[in-house]
Design a protein around this ligand. Structure first.
Ligand code: ZN
Length: 506
């Protein structure tokens, strides 16, 4: 017994060491998006490629396999459910990681850092042709990686990549969920378009300076429970959350001076991710699955819950508007909570995913899901992407795409090699609505609490039912344990129709 317990201890010490490299890569990634000057990209690509190679070597160290085998033979150790879950998930990671050659890990890391830079410049100039060769290389390397992973897996190439983000999910399952969702959402969106009576106008006001908005965002982030002694909020073109490690969670947002609501809603989204990161038991389980997020779908459920279920509710604005008035002064005269509630719930097809409303958002995801699968297997040549994208935007959203900047160049994901990632956004919407059902059932008058700015009971519920478990349970099981039922699209569709039908009178 003592020998295998020490195998577990040695394994934990080793994961902690690997995590020091992994978290260092995260700091460099955060810096790349927020502070690094453009000409720093080449050096950063070398830094991240080298560290990614070291990180990979530590994770596939032969001793990890030996320690794991000893742990798996230790009945006493495995009788502890937490240790057993840790061992199960470390095995899963190890078995995937050993299939990928170190040289490919380094090449992908290097290529994607440079590709992000190339994408940023191409997007700025709306010049897809300039980005196409780089994007083709990212897809070729991603395909090579998928082929390695597929050896140990009977699924498709796409499934092999998606498994890194949403363990166990398959494209076939996702397609089923998406088909169900599309058949519920399409008639609602069409009805809303037909009646055409906007429930409100988008909030556009006189300029509010970025420092003023930043202070307000920080006030709201703090009020919902984000711990600034263990986190930051900065600016980037594309808002994100980097959960670096215990005690260090970095958020970013962006600002436009004529709409504080845009920045606030990006902030609330990232705060949702940040609250999850801060709620994971990372200090007790550094580098271990027990201290890590269950899946990106679960991660996104936390961000969408705070951004939408909270931030687009009437109760939230009853509390938030007086706070905003205090921060911004007479600029907001003439707005009342009802007007803001209607304004943040305008449904209107749009070109940009991150600016789209809750109803049409998922159509943007479905489009990306179909196109990235076709790109990965070569059914869609990279050069034909803009045409295919624009065609789908016409079909699905009735929109003409004026330029690639507002079309296929809008998202950073493919330049990062994040292929198979987009479906987790829609899964997040579904998980969020289902969690919300359980929250309302169990907490009671959640609207009453939010309208007084009392968010602690909500955060406590999420900590207790979701955050503290890390990867103890697979995402689907975590959801079922938290809500009492397996994941379906029904709560999301009910939530959305329940909110939008009265607003639009349809
Ligand atoms: Zn997110």
């Amino acid at each position: 017994m003592s020998e295998t317990v020490s195998s577990y201890d040695r394994l934990m010490a080793h994961l902690r060491e690997a995590d020091l490299i992994g978290t260092s890569i995260s700091v460099l990634g955060w810096d790349q998006e927020t502070m690094m000057p453009p000409r720093g990209a080449a050096l950063r690509a070398d830094q991240i490629a080298t560290l990614s190679g070291l990180y990979h070597e530590l994770r596939v160290d032969q001793r990890v396999g030996e320690w794991l085998a000893a742990c798996e033979a230790d009945g006493a150790l495995l009788s502890d459910a937490r240790a057993a879950a840790n061992v199960r998930e470390i095995r899963r990671d190890y078995d995937r990681e050993v299939l990928i050659p170190g040289a490919l890990v380094r090449e992908l890391a290097q290529t994607t850092v440079l590709a992000q830079q190339s994408w940023r410049e191409a997007r700025e100039r709306s010049d897809f042709a300039a980005f196409a060769p780089t994007l083709a290389k990212v897809f070729a390397l991603s395909r090579a990686k998928a082929e390695c992973l597929q050896n140990g897996d009977s699924g498709t190439l796409y499934d092999a990549l998606m498994d890194a983000y949403e363990p166990g999910a398959t494209a076939v399952q996702i397609e089923t969920v998406f088909t169900e969702l599309r058949s519920s959402l399409a008639p609602l969106i069409a009805e809303i378009a037909r009646v055409g009576n906007e429930p409100g106008v988008l909030v556009r006001h006189e300029a509010i300076s970025t420092p003023q908005q930043a202070a307000f965002n920080a006030l709201v982030a703090g009020a919902v429970g984000f711990d600034f002694s263990a986190g930051r909020l900065d600016v980037s073109t594309h808002p994100f959350c980097e959960g670096i490690g215990a005690g260090d969670t970095r958020l970013t947002t962006r600002y436009r001076d004529d709409s504080f609501v845009d920045s606030l809603s990006s902030t609330l989204h990232e705060v949702g991710h940040g609250l999850y990161e801060q709620g994971l038991p990372k200090a007790a389980h550094p580098g271990q699955p027990l201290g890590s997020a269950a899946s990106l779908g679960i991660h996104e459920s936390q961000s969408r819950l705070w951004e939408n279920l909270v931030g687009r509710s009437r109760a939230f604005w009853d509390w938030a508007l007086p706070q905003a008035r205090e921060s911004f002064g007479p600029v907001l005269d003439g707005y009342d909570p009802g007007a803001l509630f209607r304004a943040v719930n305008v449904v209107e097809p749009s070109l940009i995913r991150v600016e789209s409303d809750e109803a049409t958002y998922n159509l943007h995801i479905m489009l990306r899901f179909d196109l990235e699968r076709a790109l990965l297997v070569g059914d869609l040549p990279v050069d034909d992407l803009p045409g295919a994208w624009n065609e789908r935007m016409r079909q699905d959203l009735g929109m003409d795409v004026p330029d690639d900047r507002r079309g296929c160049l809008q998202d950073i994901h493919w330049s990062m090699g994040a292929i198979g990632y987009f479906p987790t956004y829609t899964l997040g919407n579904l998980y969020a609505a289902q969690l919300w059902d359980a929250i309302v059932r169990e907490i009671g008058d959640i609207d009453g609490m939010m309208s007084c700015g009392e968010f602690a009971p909500l955060l406590a519920w999420l900590r207790e039912r979701v955050h503290r478990f890390g990867r103890t349970y697979p995402a689907v099981e975590l959801c079922e344990r938290a809500t009492g039922t397996p994941l379906t699209a029904e709560p999301f569709v009910r939530y959305l129709t329940g909110k939008l039908r009265p607003l639009y009178g349809v």
